[in-house]
Write a protein that binds this ligand. Structure first.
Ligand code: S3P
Length: 445
């Protein structure tokens, strides 16, 4: 895949104990949704704790281009004055979502319910990612694709429906992005729009839609699935949103503390929505010491303070049905698995192939380059843990922020330093990652 020619490499070296308190930035999923729902509401939405990473800033720009008033009022504080459901105006220029699949796909759903035409674009990584999974259900609701690149990829132009049709959509994949796009389009449709997902995926859209005044009912479907029914054409009212710290970002210091001997760190306000905490469950199964305290859910999503202490880890088997609750965390779990004693088998990872990079191949390459034995069998990833990582290899990021952070975490305990070829992409989701890790004691040079 194309990479920028201006690479910013960084090396991670075996570090002394990581210690101290930190708060990782706001949750990315919730930040995108707060901006989009704020833009689709009437009245003011005040957001506290918004993630000011490139992905979310691109969503903010796009909501502005679609007619909403979006302004930064302080550190991580934002104000949105929305246009109401179906109220978007036609943007003058293509909407550029940079690296962000979530921003782009959710915005497609939001645009689908306004009678406007908009062009969606992104960087080389986003241009390579599948969009039909979103375009197909939106077409059933009346949206038209008037131009697209090969395979229905970006850049593409979407014409929203004047009279969107409510549908019952059985999603072939447990994807919160697909579910959210259909629900956001369903806001503009008369009657009930229903999404059935094979396994429960993160439910931030549902929780936030309720918070903004929509009627939405979730029921169980089969062993692990869910049926979500949204009543269309609600009067969405602007609301206050407090964004908890992102568990997917917390994952990196958590695993770093587990593998660096003597570490003892505390992370505040980490979101603990059970549809996001599969990594913490798995790490605890492996023997990790992760203690939760100060549990609260006064702001709509549960959160807690986490204390993480260095731990001896053992290999485990991670069941496929856990994948949606830790879909972004397999890279860093694979790092933990390499430091564990014994084999870790991670099953059912087909969705990793369509993330910011092919994360199944990228994880295997990252580990192999650093002397760890790893195998891909079908959609399963098998890591042989030897209690230590030789290191000495180069990690190629492929424009994927989570590969860059995982590679740096791996180097904090390795026998020989690990070099990551480009850390600039980390700014998409975790601005301040390098200084924050250094404040804990990480040796990056
Ligand atoms: C997200 C959903 C996930 C995840 C992404 C964020 C969201 O994608 O990988 O980083 O905010 O809805 P899928 O729903 O496509 O699995």
């Amino acid at each position: 895949m194309a990479q920028s020619t201006d690479l910013t490499p960084l090396e991670a070296r075996a570090s002394g104990p990581l210690t101290g308190p930190v708060r990782v930035p706001g949750d990315k999923s919730i930040s995108h949704r707060a901006l989009i729902l704020g833009a689709l509401s009437v009245g003011e939405t005040r957001i506290d704790g918004l993630l000011e990473g490139e992905d979310v800033l691109n969503t903010a720009k796009s909501m502005r281009a679609l007619g909403a008033f979006v302004e930064r009022t302080g550190d991580n504080r934002w104000l949105v004055r929305g246009v109401g459901v179906s109220g978007f105006k036609e943007p003058q220029n293509p909407l550029d979502f940079g690296n962000s699949g979530t921003g782009c796909r959710l915005a497609m759903g939001a645009v689908a319910g306004s009678p406007i035409t908009a062009t969606f674009d992104g960087d080389a990584s986003l241009r390579s990612r599948p969009m039909r999974r979103i375009l197909d259900p939106l077409a059933l609701m009346g949206t038209k694709v008037t131009a697209a690149s090969e395979g229905g990829r970006l850049p593409l132009t979407l014409q929203g429906a004047r009279d969107p049709v409510p549908i019952v959509y059985r999603s072939p994949v447990a994807s919160a992005q697909i579910k959210s796009a259909v629900l956001l389009a369903g806001l503009a449709a008369p009657g009930v729009t229903t999404v059935i997902e094979p396994e429960a995926s993160r439910d931030h859209t549902e929780l936030m839609l309720k918070h903004f005044g929509a009627e939405i009912v979730t029921t169980a479907e089969g062993a692990h699935g869910r049926r979500i029914a949204l009543t269309g054409q609600p009067e969405l009212r602007g609301a206050e949103v407090v964004v908890p710290a992102d568990p997917s970002s917390a994952a990196f210091p958590v695993v770093a503390a587990l593998i660096v001997e003597g570490s003892d760190i505390v992370l505040s306000d980490v979101m603990t929505n059970p549809l996001r905490t599969g990594l913490f469950t798995t790490l605890r199964d492996m023997g990790a010491s992760i203690e939760e305290s100060e549990l609260r859910s006064d702001t709509g999503e549960p959160m807690a303070r986490l204390r993480v202490q260095a731990s001896k880890l053992r290999g485990v088997e991670v069941p496929p049905e856990r994948a949606p609750s830790m879909i972004d965390e397999y890279l860093v779990l694979a790092v933990a698995a390499a430091y564990a004693e014994g084999t870790t088998v991670m099953r059912g990872l087909h969705e990793l192939r369509v993330k910011e990079s092919d994360r199944l191949e990228a994880t295997a390459a990252m580990l192999r380059a650093n002397g760890v034995q790893v195998e891909i069998v079908g959609d399963d990833l098998i890591v042989e843990g030897r209690g230590h990582v030789p290191g000495g290899g180069l990690v190629v990021t492929h424009m994927d922020h989570r590969i860059a952070m995982s590679g740096l975490v791996m180097g904090l305990g390795s026998d020989v330093p690990v070099k990551v070829d480009d850390i600039a992409i980390i700014a998409t989701s975790f601005p301040g990652f390098v200084p924050m890790m250094r404040s804990l004691g990480a040796d990056f040079a």
